[in-house]
Every structure is written in structure tokens, then in C-alpha cells.
Design a protein around this ligand. Structure first.
Ligand code: VG1
Ligand code: CO
Length: 542
């Protein structure tokens, strides 16, 4: 039971992306690779005498990585680590535990919506004492540290039993193994009207929740089936598996196609939802109708006051830049501030901490509020349930009523995955160079009003984040955004975001791809996608 110090060489390429460090699992399993990154985290945030939270989404390597991280925390002098039983914690549950126990932060093991398994993806991220992802200054410092550190510290103790709830010692450190669900479920009960939802269920309301063999299974079972009384079997794919059962745990119409088929089929229940690998994303589907995440954010903001936690109104709302402006219209009607931040949840943290906004969201199936500092898949599902329980309307009726009131922002994202990195970068720099020439240009019968490479000025700490994506806005309110993904692990991924506003209720029932056709053509014409990356069709459309 002694701490040893391993000499190691700096490791290249440990640059964290949009949310932490993500690599292929075999890369993470290389000798000293995980250790190097974890030591860099401890060196930057400090470890001696501190308390951290630790957990992950249960993917392959989750359990052995947890043992390594615990032994390193002990050898680096941490006082205590609170770890989810079986090394399991959803990202929002980890965020809650960090805050609830007033800890010094936490380490979350996940590559989120990326597939898991021996040849798939693994990831590690550090969350701050506020429960939110580390800001850029911290992730940059961690990255710099990975390039220079020459040794790491690790305890030589045997593995500890993470399946047994209770407190044990590891070297000089306390390890508290806790139920991963209990505190999170208790928090949800304080936010929503569980009695109203139970009454809805008693009246015959039925839903399907697809946990995609990822981390939300145990949470959804406890909350939906046990506490809210939905029938057993409401939650499918409820057991977290190391390879997510071979699924791609990304809740969108492409990867959650089984849920889509059920919701559009003859035996569709009233409501359907799915969550991602680490439980921070959500997809919402009504009977025969899909809710785009941007619309979901707007509907939640417009109706949040129906839930006890938000009955006093919202302080403000925030959305990531590529997310549609639907929520901005709600904010305008309510007379509250709407913030536009770069992609990634970390940018919402300052606004939430400063009390400037209550609800935030991203087009990538992420919604959340000031109850934690991460996006929260089940939270969004429960807020929808609370709204449905009060309104006693179906999802389709709520959505149509929303569009009639605020207009509809037709929206879609086209992803071109695993493309050549150099071609993708060349395409983006050519487009960026053309930005000054774009305003006034006419394309597909639409005039460009403005174009820029989005830079965010954080209103709370004054920091500036540049080059967050190219935005092109047209006179008619349509918008195109292009950026490269920061979470992919294979080649590059180009994300093309498309949006068009429609105020006329008679024209609000089109297929989004049809409604956006001119905008899609304009994007291809302006960026020369086919010529630059050799593909004209996206492989995922959401
Ligand atoms: C993607 C999404 C982004 C999200 C991020 C992390 O990033 O577009 O909105 O915040 O994933 O989500 P990128 O850089 O690949 O576009 V998760 O569920 O991995 O925490
Ligand atoms: Co996620």
C-alpha cells in the first residue's frame, strides 16, 4: 500500500475537445496514456486534501480506468473520492453529486454518444466544483501539462470492490461508494410535480424510453417505472453494457430508429424518449411526430412555469450558436434575455452561476437548467411529462400550438462524418477567407445579409472564444452555419446547420428537408462541399 512514481514521457495528442479527451479505447489503454492525462488534471487543479466525484457511463474500460484513477488520487494525496457503485454515474448525476457534496470537482469517464467497446471510443473529462465542464483555460492548461510531465504517482494497493456500497480506505484516502441513482432521483422529485405525472399515468398515459444500453437505464427505471408508476418494460435497453449492445448510443432519428419506428407505427404510445451514452442528451418523440431539439428547447422554455421548480419564471435562456432561434422568440415574448454561446455545455456555466439564465440547450439533443451544470436527458423528459400532465394535450398539439404562436423555425443538421481532415480544414479556411465578400451576394434567390466566424464574448468573465463556426444569415431570416466537430475520433466531421423561419400556419407542416431545400442548395453552392471534401450527401441528418 505505497505510492510509487512512474517515470513517463510526455504524450502527444491529448488535446481535449468540446467535452474532454476522447480517443479510441486502444489508445487510452496504451501504457501510461490514461495515467498521463489524469496526472495532468491533478497537477493543474490540485489534489492534496481534496474531495472528488468519480463515475462513468459503464463503457468498456470504465471499471479498470476507475481503479487507476482512484489509486492515482490516493497517491496524489486526495482526501476522499465519492464514486458511483460499479463506477457508474450519468454525467448529470455526477454534476449533481459534485454540487451536493460541495466537492472540488469530479472526473467523468465517458465518450458520451460515441460507440463503446474494445475498438470504439473512451473518454475522460474533468468537471469543476460548480459541477460543470472545465472551461477552456483549464482544459488548455491540462493539455499543456500533458506535454511536459515526466512522472505520475499511483498507489500499489489492490483493486477495491466498487460493487459494494460503503466506505473503504485506499492508502490515506477515503473511498465512498454510493448509489448512483438515489440523490439524482431525489433532486428530480424536488423539481417536478410527480403527483400530476402519476395522475396522468393513472389515466392511461403510456410512454417508451429507450436507454440504448447506456447509463440512463437504471435511472429511468427507478424514476419512470418505480416512482412514477409507468408499467414495467416502459424502459427498454435498460441494462448498461460495455459495448452498448453494439448500438450507437446517440439519441437521434438515425441511431434511435427502433424508437422512431414504434412512435410512427400503429401501436405508438403517447410519448417516446431516448438518451445517450452518458445520459446528458435526450430525444423527444410524440405519437407520429418528431420534436427537433431546437423546438424542444423552445417548448420547454415557454412552458417551464408549469413545473414547480420554474413556477416563478425564468431568469433568461441560452442556446448554442448553431441551435435554432426558436427559443429566442419565446424569450422575446417573455421579456427575458436570450444568450448565444459557442457549441459545448461549458459555456453555459458562467451564465447559470451568475443567475443570468435558467434554461439552456443545444441543437444536438441537449437541454438542461440551473439544477446542475450539465445537460440532462432525463430532466428534459420529466419536464415534458410535467407539461403534458398539466396541459393534457398530446405532443403534436403542443408543438402546433407553439408554432402558431411563435412561428416555426424549420431546422436540420447535416453531418459529414469521417472525412479527410486536411480537405475539411481547407474547405473551412477557403470559406472563412470569403466571408468579407459574402454580404450582398445572391444565392438560390436569397440575399446574404451578414456573414462571420462566430466569436463569443463571455458577459460574465470577459473571456473571448474565437473561430466557433461560420454563420451566414440571409435577408429572409434563413441561416447557414458550418463548423468542424470537436468530439469525433475518426478523421474530421463537418456539421452543416440549416434554418428557415415560417410565420404562416398554413405552411408550418412541411417536411423540414423540403422546407429547407433552397437553404441546403445555397450551403453547398457557397462552401463547395462536393468539390472540397468529395461528398455531397451527409451520412447523418437530424
Ligand atoms: C457535439 C455537439 C455539441 C455537444 C458535444 C458534447 O460536439 O455538436 O453540441 O455539446 O457534442 O455532447 P461537436 O464538437 O462534435 O459538434 V456529449 O453528449 O458528448 O457531452
Ligand atoms: Co452525452
Amino acid at each position: 500500500m505505497t505510492a510509487v512514481t512512474h517515470a513517463t514521457h510526455p504524450i502527444e495528442g491529448q488535446k481535449p475537445g468540446t467535452s474532454g479527451l476522447r480517443k479510441k479505447t486502444p489508445v487510452f489503454m496504451k501504457p501510461h496514456y490514461l495515467e498521463n492525462f489524469v496526472q495532468a488534471i491533478f497537477d493543474v487543479v490540485g489534489c492534496k486534501g481534496k474531495t472528488f466525484v468519480l463515475g462513468g457511463d459503464g463503457r468498456y474500460f470504465n471499471d479498470s480506468a476507475a481503479q487507476v484513477i482512484l489509486k492515482m488520487a490516493a497517491a496524489n494525496g486526495a482526501a476522499k473520492v465519492i464514486v458511483g457503485q460499479g463506477a457508474i454515474l450519468s454525467t448529470p448525476a455526477a454534476s449533481h453529486l459534485i454540487r451536493l457534496n460541495r466537492t472540488d470537482g469530479g472526473i467523468i469517464m465517458s465518450a458520451s454518444h460515441n460507440p463503446g467497446g474494445p475498438t470504439e471510443d473512451f473518454g475522460v473529462k474533468f468537471n469543476m466544483p460548480n459541477g460543470g465542464p472545465a472551461p477552456e483555460a483549464v482544459t488548455e492548461a491540462i493539455f499543456e501539462r500533458t506535454k511536459e510531465l515526466s512522472a505520475y504517482h499511483i498507489d500499489t494497493a489492490a483493486d477495491i470492490d466498487l460493487d459494494r456500497i460503503g466506505t473503504v480506505r485506499l492508502g490515506g484516502m477515503t473511498v465512498a461508494v454510493v448509489d448512483p441513482v438515489a440523490d439524482y432521483a431525489a433532486l428530480m422529485e424536488t423539481l417536478f410535480d410527480f403527483d400530476a405525472i402519476r395522475a396522468l399515468v393513472a389515466a392511461g398515459f403510456r410512454m417508451r424510453f429507450d436507454a440504448m444500453c447506456a447509463v440512463t437505464g437504471p435511472y429511468a427505471r427507478d424514476i419512470l417505472e418505480r416512482r412514477l408508476g409507468l408499467p414495467e418494460g416502459t424502459v427498454v435497453n435498460a441494462t448498461p453494457l460495455p459495448d452498448f449492445g453494439g448500438h450507437h448510443p446517440d439519441p437521434n432519428p438515425t441511431w434511435a430508429h427502433a424508437l422512431m419506428e414504434e412512435m410512427f407505427g400503429p401501436a405508438a404510445p403517447d410519448f417516446g424518449a431516448a438518451s445517450d451514452g452518458d445520459g446528458d442528451r435526450n430525444m423527444i418523440v410524440g405519437r407520429g411526430i418528431y420534436v427537433s431539439p431546437s423546438d424542444s428547447l423552445a417548448v420547454l422554455a415557454a412552458n417551464a412555469h408549469l413545473a414547480p421548480a420554474y413556477a416563478g419564471g425564468l431568469k433568461g435562456v441560452a442556446r448554442s450558436m448553431p441551435t435554432s432561434a426558436a427559443v429566442d422568440r419565446v424569450a422575446r415574448a417573455m421579456g427575458i434575455e436570450a444568450y448565444e454561446t459557442p457549441t459545448g455545455w461549458k459555456f453555459f456555466g458562467n451564465l447559470l452561476d451568475a443567475g443570468r439564465c435558467t434554461i439552456c440547450g443545444e441543437e444536438s439533443f441537449g437541454t438542461g437548467s440551473d439544477h446542475v451544470r450539465e445537460k440532462d436527458g432525463l430532466w428534459a423528459v420529466l419536464l415534458w411529462l410535467n407539461i403534458l400532465a398539466v396541459k393534457r394535450h398530446g405532443v403534436a398539439a403542443i408543438l402546433r400550438e407553439h408554432w402558431k404562436t411563435y412561428g416555426r423555425n424549420y431546422y436540420s443538421r447535416h453531418d459529414f462524418e469521417a472525412i479527410d481532415i486536411h480537405a475539411a480544414e481547407r474547405m473551412m479556411s477557403t470559406l472563412k477567407a470569403a466571408i468579407p465578400t459574402l454580404p450582398g451576394t445572391r444565392v438560390e434567390g436569397m440575399d446574404i445579409a451578414a456573414a462571420d466566424d462566430f466569436a463569443y464574448h463571455d458577459p460574465v468573465d470577459g473571456s473571448i472564444s474565437r473561430a466557433q463556426g461560420v454563420r451566414i444569415r440571409f435577408d429572409n431570416g434563413a441561416r447557414i452555419v458550418l463548423r468542424l466537430s470537436g468530439t469525433g475520433t475518426e478523421g474530421a466531421t463537418l456539421r452543416l446547420y440549416l434554418e428557415r423561419y415560417e410565420a404562416d400556419p398554413a405552411l408550418q407542416d412541411l417536411d423540414p428537408q423540403e422546407a429547407l431545400a433552397p437553404v441546403i442548395r445555397a450551403a453547398h453552392a457557397l462552401a463547395g462541399i462536393k468539390a472540397q471534401i468529395g461528398r455531397d450527401r451527409p451520412n447523418v441528418i437530424t
